[in-house]
Design a protein around this ligand. Structure first.
Ligand code: ASP
Ligand code: MG
Length: 447
Protein backbone atom coordinates (compact mmCIF):
# COMPACT_ATOMS: atom_id res chain seq x y z
CA UNK A 1 0.00 0.00 0.00
CA UNK A 2 1.15 3.52 -0.72
CA UNK A 3 0.43 6.95 0.70
CA UNK A 4 1.15 9.93 -1.52
CA UNK A 5 0.49 13.52 -0.48
CA UNK A 6 -0.07 16.19 -3.09
CA UNK A 7 0.66 19.67 -1.78
CA UNK A 8 -1.57 22.69 -2.29
CA UNK A 9 1.09 24.99 -3.71
CA UNK A 10 1.55 22.62 -6.68
CA UNK A 11 -2.14 22.68 -7.59
CA UNK A 12 -2.67 25.92 -9.43
CA UNK A 13 -3.00 25.33 -13.17
CA UNK A 14 -3.41 22.72 -15.87
CA UNK A 15 0.33 22.21 -16.30
CA UNK A 16 0.73 21.34 -12.63
CA UNK A 17 -1.94 18.69 -12.93
CA UNK A 18 -0.22 17.13 -15.93
CA UNK A 19 2.91 16.72 -13.85
CA UNK A 20 0.86 15.42 -10.93
CA UNK A 21 -0.71 12.84 -13.23
CA UNK A 22 2.69 11.68 -14.40
CA UNK A 23 3.90 11.36 -10.81
CA UNK A 24 0.82 9.48 -9.67
CA UNK A 25 1.00 7.09 -12.63
CA UNK A 26 4.58 6.33 -11.71
CA UNK A 27 3.95 5.99 -8.00
CA UNK A 28 0.78 3.97 -7.71
CA UNK A 29 0.85 0.29 -7.23
CA UNK A 30 -1.75 -1.25 -9.52
CA UNK A 31 -1.99 -4.48 -7.62
CA UNK A 32 -2.75 -2.76 -4.33
CA UNK A 33 -4.58 0.20 -2.84
CA UNK A 34 -3.17 3.70 -2.85
CA UNK A 35 -4.13 6.63 -0.68
CA UNK A 36 -3.67 10.10 -2.12
CA UNK A 37 -3.85 12.83 0.50
CA UNK A 38 -4.47 16.30 -0.85
CA UNK A 39 -4.24 19.81 0.54
CA UNK A 40 -6.54 22.60 -0.49
CA UNK A 41 -5.45 24.02 -3.86
CA UNK A 42 -3.02 26.91 -3.86
CA UNK A 43 -3.88 29.73 -1.50
CA UNK A 44 -7.42 28.55 -0.75
CA UNK A 45 -6.79 28.04 2.98
CA UNK A 46 -5.52 31.62 3.16
CA UNK A 47 -8.59 32.83 1.29
CA UNK A 48 -10.86 30.95 3.68
CA UNK A 49 -9.11 32.66 6.58
CA UNK A 50 -9.67 35.97 4.80
CA UNK A 51 -13.42 35.30 4.87
CA UNK A 52 -13.24 35.47 8.63
CA UNK A 53 -10.95 38.48 8.81
CA UNK A 54 -12.70 40.45 6.16
CA UNK A 55 -16.37 39.63 6.51
CA UNK A 56 -17.49 42.43 4.19
CA UNK A 57 -15.79 40.61 1.35
CA UNK A 58 -16.75 37.11 2.44
CA UNK A 59 -19.24 36.32 -0.30
CA UNK A 60 -16.88 37.67 -3.00
CA UNK A 61 -14.15 35.40 -1.70
CA UNK A 62 -16.46 32.38 -1.86
CA UNK A 63 -17.29 33.27 -5.46
CA UNK A 64 -13.62 33.51 -6.30
CA UNK A 65 -12.78 30.15 -4.70
CA UNK A 66 -15.70 28.48 -6.48
CA UNK A 67 -14.80 30.03 -9.86
CA UNK A 68 -11.18 28.87 -9.59
CA UNK A 69 -12.24 25.30 -8.93
CA UNK A 70 -14.79 25.28 -11.73
CA UNK A 71 -12.34 26.78 -14.19
CA UNK A 72 -9.79 24.11 -13.30
CA UNK A 73 -12.43 21.39 -13.44
CA UNK A 74 -13.48 22.44 -16.93
CA UNK A 75 -9.89 22.06 -18.11
CA UNK A 76 -9.20 18.85 -16.23
CA UNK A 77 -12.32 16.78 -16.83
CA UNK A 78 -14.86 16.03 -19.54
CA UNK A 79 -18.46 15.02 -20.15
CA UNK A 80 -20.21 13.16 -17.38
CA UNK A 81 -17.22 13.48 -15.11
CA UNK A 82 -17.40 17.26 -15.40
CA UNK A 83 -21.16 17.29 -14.80
CA UNK A 84 -21.02 15.15 -11.69
CA UNK A 85 -18.17 17.04 -10.06
CA UNK A 86 -19.58 20.41 -11.10
CA UNK A 87 -22.68 19.55 -9.10
CA UNK A 88 -20.67 18.41 -6.14
CA UNK A 89 -18.56 21.59 -6.07
CA UNK A 90 -21.65 23.75 -6.51
CA UNK A 91 -23.32 22.09 -3.56
CA UNK A 92 -20.27 22.64 -1.39
CA UNK A 93 -20.07 26.22 -2.48
CA UNK A 94 -23.75 26.81 -1.59
CA UNK A 95 -23.04 25.47 1.85
CA UNK A 96 -20.02 27.77 2.20
CA UNK A 97 -22.04 30.77 0.96
CA UNK A 98 -24.61 30.21 3.66
CA UNK A 99 -21.97 30.19 6.37
CA UNK A 100 -20.14 33.19 4.92
CA UNK A 101 -23.43 35.02 4.85
CA UNK A 102 -24.41 34.10 8.38
CA UNK A 103 -21.10 35.07 9.98
CA UNK A 104 -21.46 38.42 8.25
CA UNK A 105 -24.86 38.89 9.87
CA UNK A 106 -23.84 37.58 13.27
CA UNK A 107 -20.45 39.33 13.07
CA UNK A 108 -18.73 36.67 15.15
CA UNK A 109 -16.76 33.50 14.44
CA UNK A 110 -16.08 30.83 17.05
CA UNK A 111 -13.09 28.45 16.65
CA UNK A 112 -15.59 25.73 15.77
CA UNK A 113 -17.10 27.75 12.94
CA UNK A 114 -13.63 28.75 11.77
CA UNK A 115 -12.64 25.10 11.36
CA UNK A 116 -15.91 24.38 9.58
CA UNK A 117 -15.07 27.15 7.10
CA UNK A 118 -11.49 25.92 6.69
CA UNK A 119 -12.72 22.38 5.97
CA UNK A 120 -14.03 23.48 2.57
CA UNK A 121 -10.57 23.92 1.05
CA UNK A 122 -9.70 20.24 1.26
CA UNK A 123 -13.28 19.12 0.56
CA UNK A 124 -13.22 21.04 -2.73
CA UNK A 125 -9.75 19.73 -3.55
CA UNK A 126 -10.54 16.01 -3.18
CA UNK A 127 -13.45 16.24 -5.60
CA UNK A 128 -11.38 18.10 -8.19
CA UNK A 129 -8.35 15.84 -7.99
CA UNK A 130 -10.30 12.60 -8.17
CA UNK A 131 -12.37 13.84 -11.14
CA UNK A 132 -9.13 14.70 -12.89
CA UNK A 133 -7.59 11.30 -12.21
CA UNK A 134 -10.70 9.45 -13.41
CA UNK A 135 -10.81 11.58 -16.55
CA UNK A 136 -7.34 10.27 -17.25
CA UNK A 137 -8.18 6.64 -16.80
CA UNK A 138 -7.01 6.19 -13.22
CA UNK A 139 -9.47 4.17 -11.12
CA UNK A 140 -9.90 6.87 -8.47
CA UNK A 141 -12.58 7.69 -5.96
CA UNK A 142 -12.64 10.34 -3.26
CA UNK A 143 -13.72 10.41 0.31
CA UNK A 144 -14.93 13.94 0.92
CA UNK A 145 -15.42 13.63 4.63
CA UNK A 146 -12.32 13.71 6.86
CA UNK A 147 -10.68 10.37 7.57
CA UNK A 148 -9.06 11.62 10.77
CA UNK A 149 -11.00 11.49 14.01
CA UNK A 150 -9.83 14.13 16.48
CA UNK A 151 -10.64 15.79 19.78
CA UNK A 152 -12.33 19.21 19.76
CA UNK A 153 -9.26 21.34 20.23
CA UNK A 154 -10.32 23.43 17.23
CA UNK A 155 -7.49 24.85 15.15
CA UNK A 156 -4.92 22.41 16.60
CA UNK A 157 -6.97 19.28 17.06
CA UNK A 158 -5.27 16.11 18.30
CA UNK A 159 -5.64 12.96 16.25
CA UNK A 160 -7.30 9.99 17.97
CA UNK A 161 -5.34 7.15 16.39
CA UNK A 162 -7.52 4.17 17.16
CA UNK A 163 -10.75 5.88 16.08
CA UNK A 164 -9.07 7.27 12.97
CA UNK A 165 -7.89 3.79 12.07
CA UNK A 166 -11.37 2.31 12.43
CA UNK A 167 -12.85 5.18 10.44
CA UNK A 168 -10.33 4.90 7.61
CA UNK A 169 -10.58 1.12 7.34
CA UNK A 170 -14.38 1.31 7.28
CA UNK A 171 -14.32 3.96 4.56
CA UNK A 172 -11.81 1.97 2.54
CA UNK A 173 -14.08 -1.06 2.70
CA UNK A 174 -17.00 0.95 1.32
CA UNK A 175 -15.17 1.72 -1.93
CA UNK A 176 -13.62 -0.68 -4.39
CA UNK A 177 -11.36 1.62 -6.43
CA UNK A 178 -7.63 1.20 -6.01
CA UNK A 179 -6.82 4.91 -5.78
CA UNK A 180 -8.54 6.73 -2.93
CA UNK A 181 -8.24 10.50 -2.66
CA UNK A 182 -8.70 11.80 0.88
CA UNK A 183 -8.52 15.26 2.44
CA UNK A 184 -5.48 16.30 4.48
CA UNK A 185 -5.55 18.83 7.31
CA UNK A 186 -9.17 18.31 8.39
CA UNK A 187 -10.73 15.99 10.91
CA UNK A 188 -14.04 15.29 12.56
CA UNK A 189 -14.66 15.03 16.27
CA UNK A 190 -16.65 12.27 17.92
CA UNK A 191 -19.53 14.78 18.00
CA UNK A 192 -19.27 15.10 14.23
CA UNK A 193 -17.82 18.61 14.15
CA UNK A 194 -15.20 19.59 11.58
CA UNK A 195 -11.79 20.26 13.06
CA UNK A 196 -8.36 21.19 11.68
CA UNK A 197 -4.99 19.93 12.89
CA UNK A 198 -2.86 23.05 12.30
CA UNK A 199 -1.44 24.78 9.22
CA UNK A 200 0.47 22.51 6.90
CA UNK A 201 -1.42 19.60 8.43
CA UNK A 202 -1.71 17.56 5.23
CA UNK A 203 1.82 16.25 5.62
CA UNK A 204 0.95 15.10 9.10
CA UNK A 205 -2.29 13.55 7.80
CA UNK A 206 -0.23 11.53 5.32
CA UNK A 207 2.18 10.20 7.94
CA UNK A 208 -0.69 9.37 10.32
CA UNK A 209 -2.37 7.37 7.54
CA UNK A 210 0.96 5.74 6.70
CA UNK A 211 1.30 4.62 10.30
CA UNK A 212 -2.31 3.43 10.54
CA UNK A 213 -1.98 1.32 7.41
CA UNK A 214 1.56 0.19 8.20
CA UNK A 215 2.95 1.22 4.81
CA UNK A 216 6.64 1.15 3.92
CA UNK A 217 6.73 4.59 2.35
CA UNK A 218 4.95 7.94 2.52
CA UNK A 219 5.67 10.35 -0.31
CA UNK A 220 5.18 14.08 0.13
CA UNK A 221 5.08 15.77 -3.26
CA UNK A 222 5.82 19.47 -2.98
CA UNK A 223 7.17 22.53 -4.75
CA UNK A 224 10.81 21.98 -3.83
CA UNK A 225 12.97 18.93 -4.56
CA UNK A 226 13.33 17.86 -0.95
CA UNK A 227 14.74 19.61 2.10
CA UNK A 228 17.61 21.92 1.25
CA UNK A 229 20.86 22.57 3.14
CA UNK A 230 19.80 26.24 3.43
CA UNK A 231 17.25 28.65 2.02
CA UNK A 232 18.40 28.95 -1.63
CA UNK A 233 17.05 32.50 -1.77
CA UNK A 234 19.63 33.47 0.85
CA UNK A 235 22.39 30.97 0.04
CA UNK A 236 22.57 30.11 -3.67
CA UNK A 237 24.94 27.17 -3.04
CA UNK A 238 22.19 25.36 -1.13
CA UNK A 239 21.59 21.75 -2.23
CA UNK A 240 19.04 19.05 -1.60
CA UNK A 241 19.84 16.89 1.43
CA UNK A 242 19.72 13.23 0.32
CA UNK A 243 19.04 11.66 3.72
CA UNK A 244 17.85 12.84 7.10
CA UNK A 245 17.41 10.90 10.29
CA UNK A 246 14.12 11.52 12.06
CA UNK A 247 15.74 13.69 14.72
CA UNK A 248 17.39 15.84 12.07
CA UNK A 249 14.15 16.11 10.12
CA UNK A 250 12.22 17.22 13.19
CA UNK A 251 14.83 19.85 14.03
CA UNK A 252 15.12 21.18 10.47
CA UNK A 253 11.40 21.37 9.88
CA UNK A 254 10.89 23.10 13.23
CA UNK A 255 13.50 25.62 12.19
CA UNK A 256 11.47 26.29 9.09
CA UNK A 257 13.84 24.74 6.52
CA UNK A 258 10.83 23.28 4.80
CA UNK A 259 7.47 24.35 6.07
CA UNK A 260 6.22 21.10 7.53
CA UNK A 261 3.70 20.59 10.29
CA UNK A 262 5.65 20.16 13.57
CA UNK A 263 4.13 16.73 14.16
CA UNK A 264 4.80 15.40 10.63
CA UNK A 265 7.38 12.85 11.77
CA UNK A 266 5.80 11.86 15.09
CA UNK A 267 3.92 8.85 13.66
CA UNK A 268 7.13 7.50 12.11
CA UNK A 269 9.24 7.25 15.28
CA UNK A 270 9.97 3.63 16.18
CA UNK A 271 8.75 2.34 12.82
CA UNK A 272 10.62 1.52 9.63
CA UNK A 273 8.44 3.81 7.53
CA UNK A 274 10.32 6.05 5.10
CA UNK A 275 9.10 9.57 4.36
CA UNK A 276 10.23 10.90 1.01
CA UNK A 277 9.95 14.61 0.30
CA UNK A 278 10.02 15.06 -3.44
CA UNK A 279 9.72 17.95 -5.88
CA UNK A 280 7.14 18.14 -8.65
CA UNK A 281 9.08 20.45 -10.94
CA UNK A 282 12.67 19.37 -10.44
CA UNK A 283 14.34 16.02 -9.86
CA UNK A 284 15.50 15.43 -6.33
CA UNK A 285 14.28 14.21 -3.01
CA UNK A 286 15.08 13.81 0.65
CA UNK A 287 14.59 10.48 2.36
CA UNK A 288 13.73 10.65 6.04
CA UNK A 289 14.08 7.44 8.00
CA UNK A 290 15.45 5.94 11.19
CA UNK A 291 17.71 7.42 13.83
CA UNK A 292 21.17 8.96 13.65
CA UNK A 293 23.90 6.79 12.11
CA UNK A 294 27.65 7.27 11.79
CA UNK A 295 27.20 8.51 8.22
CA UNK A 296 25.06 11.42 9.38
CA UNK A 297 27.34 14.42 9.82
CA UNK A 298 26.09 17.96 9.19
CA UNK A 299 22.92 18.43 7.18
CA UNK A 300 21.72 21.98 6.95
CA UNK A 301 21.30 25.40 8.43
CA UNK A 302 18.37 27.67 9.06
CA UNK A 303 18.05 31.23 10.21
CA UNK A 304 15.38 33.17 11.95
CA UNK A 305 15.29 36.97 11.91
CA UNK A 306 13.22 39.65 13.59
CA UNK A 307 13.86 38.36 17.05
CA UNK A 308 14.38 40.24 20.28
CA UNK A 309 16.69 39.23 23.09
CA UNK A 310 15.20 40.41 26.37
CA UNK A 311 17.72 40.47 29.23
CA UNK A 312 16.28 40.61 32.72
CA UNK A 313 18.75 41.39 35.48
CA UNK A 314 18.24 41.45 39.20
CA UNK A 315 19.87 40.29 42.41
CA UNK A 316 16.33 39.79 43.70
CA UNK A 317 15.85 36.71 41.57
CA UNK A 318 18.93 34.90 42.86
CA UNK A 319 18.18 31.64 44.66
CA UNK A 320 14.48 32.35 44.80
CA UNK A 321 12.31 29.47 43.83
CA UNK A 322 9.63 30.62 41.43
CA UNK A 323 11.25 33.79 40.06
CA UNK A 324 11.75 32.26 36.60
CA UNK A 325 8.22 30.87 36.79
CA UNK A 326 6.85 34.32 37.64
CA UNK A 327 8.59 35.85 34.63
CA UNK A 328 7.40 33.06 32.35
CA UNK A 329 3.82 33.34 33.52
CA UNK A 330 3.89 37.06 32.70
CA UNK A 331 4.96 36.02 29.19
CA UNK A 332 2.10 33.57 29.04
CA UNK A 333 -0.40 36.19 30.27
CA UNK A 334 0.84 38.55 27.57
CA UNK A 335 0.34 35.72 25.03
CA UNK A 336 4.02 35.77 24.09
CA UNK A 337 5.75 32.65 22.82
CA UNK A 338 9.25 32.15 24.20
CA UNK A 339 11.60 31.00 21.47
CA UNK A 340 14.72 30.47 23.61
CA UNK A 341 15.67 30.84 27.29
CA UNK A 342 18.94 31.06 29.21
CA UNK A 343 20.05 31.62 32.77
CA UNK A 344 23.60 31.45 34.19
CA UNK A 345 24.27 29.52 37.40
CA UNK A 346 24.69 32.79 39.29
CA UNK A 347 20.94 33.24 38.62
CA UNK A 348 21.37 37.00 38.30
CA UNK A 349 20.18 37.12 34.69
CA UNK A 350 17.36 35.56 32.69
CA UNK A 351 17.40 35.96 28.95
CA UNK A 352 14.45 35.32 26.69
CA UNK A 353 14.31 35.33 22.91
CA UNK A 354 10.94 36.30 21.45
CA UNK A 355 9.50 37.53 18.19
CA UNK A 356 10.07 41.26 17.73
CA UNK A 357 6.39 41.85 17.29
CA UNK A 358 5.78 40.53 20.82
CA UNK A 359 8.33 42.83 22.43
CA UNK A 360 6.06 45.62 23.61
CA UNK A 361 3.49 43.24 24.99
CA UNK A 362 6.11 41.36 26.99
CA UNK A 363 7.84 44.46 28.33
CA UNK A 364 4.52 45.88 29.39
CA UNK A 365 3.68 42.68 31.25
CA UNK A 366 7.08 42.61 32.95
CA UNK A 367 6.72 46.14 34.34
CA UNK A 368 4.22 44.61 36.78
CA UNK A 369 7.16 42.77 38.35
CA UNK A 370 9.09 45.88 39.43
CA UNK A 371 9.65 44.46 42.93
CA UNK A 372 11.41 41.44 41.41
CA UNK A 373 13.26 42.89 38.42
CA UNK A 374 15.85 45.66 38.60
CA UNK A 375 16.72 46.10 34.96
CA UNK A 376 15.34 45.03 31.59
CA UNK A 377 17.18 45.53 28.30
CA UNK A 378 16.27 44.38 24.85
CA UNK A 379 18.10 44.18 21.53
CA UNK A 380 17.48 42.88 18.05
CA UNK A 381 18.98 39.48 17.35
CA UNK A 382 18.84 36.59 14.91
CA UNK A 383 19.02 32.86 15.46
CA UNK A 384 21.34 30.86 13.25
CA UNK A 385 21.00 27.11 13.60
CA UNK A 386 22.87 24.15 12.24
CA UNK A 387 21.50 20.64 12.17
CA UNK A 388 23.15 17.24 11.95
CA UNK A 389 23.66 14.11 14.02
CA UNK A 390 27.38 14.83 13.68
CA UNK A 391 26.98 17.61 16.26
CA UNK A 392 26.98 14.83 18.85
CA UNK A 393 30.55 14.14 17.82
CA UNK A 394 33.03 16.35 19.68
CA UNK A 395 35.33 16.81 16.70
CA UNK A 396 32.53 18.17 14.52
CA UNK A 397 30.78 20.24 17.16
CA UNK A 398 33.98 21.97 18.27
CA UNK A 399 34.71 22.87 14.62
CA UNK A 400 31.25 24.34 14.30
CA UNK A 401 31.55 26.28 17.55
CA UNK A 402 34.92 27.65 16.53
CA UNK A 403 33.40 28.91 13.28
CA UNK A 404 30.73 30.71 15.27
CA UNK A 405 32.89 32.10 18.05
CA UNK A 406 34.21 35.17 16.12
CA UNK A 407 30.60 36.31 15.98
CA UNK A 408 30.46 36.34 19.77
CA UNK A 409 27.18 34.46 20.18
CA UNK A 410 24.99 35.84 22.97
CA UNK A 411 24.00 32.33 23.79
CA UNK A 412 24.11 28.83 22.38
CA UNK A 413 21.59 26.04 22.79
CA UNK A 414 21.22 22.45 21.69
CA UNK A 415 18.09 20.86 20.27
CA UNK A 416 16.46 17.44 20.27
CA UNK A 417 18.95 14.66 21.14
CA UNK A 418 21.79 17.12 20.55
CA UNK A 419 21.34 17.17 16.77
CA UNK A 420 21.02 20.94 16.41
CA UNK A 421 22.96 23.93 17.66
CA UNK A 422 21.50 27.42 17.67
CA UNK A 423 23.54 30.58 18.00
CA UNK A 424 21.83 33.79 19.01
CA UNK A 425 23.80 36.64 17.46
CA UNK A 426 23.39 40.32 16.74
CA UNK A 427 21.11 40.69 13.73
CA UNK A 428 23.88 42.26 11.64
CA UNK A 429 25.88 39.01 11.86
CA UNK A 430 23.11 36.71 10.68
CA UNK A 431 24.09 36.39 7.02
CA UNK A 432 27.82 36.04 7.59
CA UNK A 433 27.43 33.38 10.24
CA UNK A 434 24.88 31.53 8.12
CA UNK A 435 27.35 31.45 5.24
CA UNK A 436 30.16 30.17 7.46
CA UNK A 437 28.05 27.41 8.93
CA UNK A 438 26.71 26.45 5.51
CA UNK A 439 30.28 26.01 4.32
CA UNK A 440 30.84 23.62 7.19
CA UNK A 441 27.77 21.67 6.10
CA UNK A 442 29.00 21.31 2.51
CA UNK A 443 32.48 20.43 3.68
CA UNK A 444 31.26 17.57 5.87
CA UNK A 445 28.76 16.40 3.28
CA UNK A 446 31.54 15.71 0.82
CA UNK A 447 33.84 14.04 3.38
N1 ASP B 1 -4.44 23.57 3.45
C1 ASP B 1 -3.79 23.57 4.73
C2 ASP B 1 -2.87 24.77 4.86
O1 ASP B 1 -2.72 25.54 3.94
C3 ASP B 1 -3.08 22.31 5.01
C4 ASP B 1 -1.88 22.02 4.14
O2 ASP B 1 -1.65 22.67 3.14
O3 ASP B 1 -1.13 21.11 4.49
O4 ASP B 1 -2.30 24.96 5.90
MG1 MG C 1 -0.03 23.43 2.11
Amino acid sequence: MKVIKIGGSIQKDEKDYELILEKIRKEIDNSDRNIIVTSAIKNVTNQLLEIIKNMDKSTDIVTDIYDRHIRLLSKLSKGGEFEKTFQELSKLSDELYKIAWSIRVIDEVTPKVKDYILSFGERFAVALLSAFLRSNGIPAVHISEPVLVTDENFGEANVLFQQSKENLLKKMEEVKESVIVVPGFIGKSLNNKYTTIGRGGSDYTATVIGRILGVKEVKLITEVPGVMTADPKKIPEAKTIPRLSLEEAVELSQLGAKRLHPKTFDPIFNTDIKVIIEGLYEEGNTIVEGSCTKEDTLKGIATRSNLELVTIESTNIVGKIGSAATIMSEARNANVNIIAISQPVTETVIQLVIDSEDKNRLLEGLTKLSNLIEDIQSRKVSAVSIVGCGLRNKEISSKVISKASPFDPLFISRGLKGVSLTFIVDEKDENELAKELHEAVLEWQTK
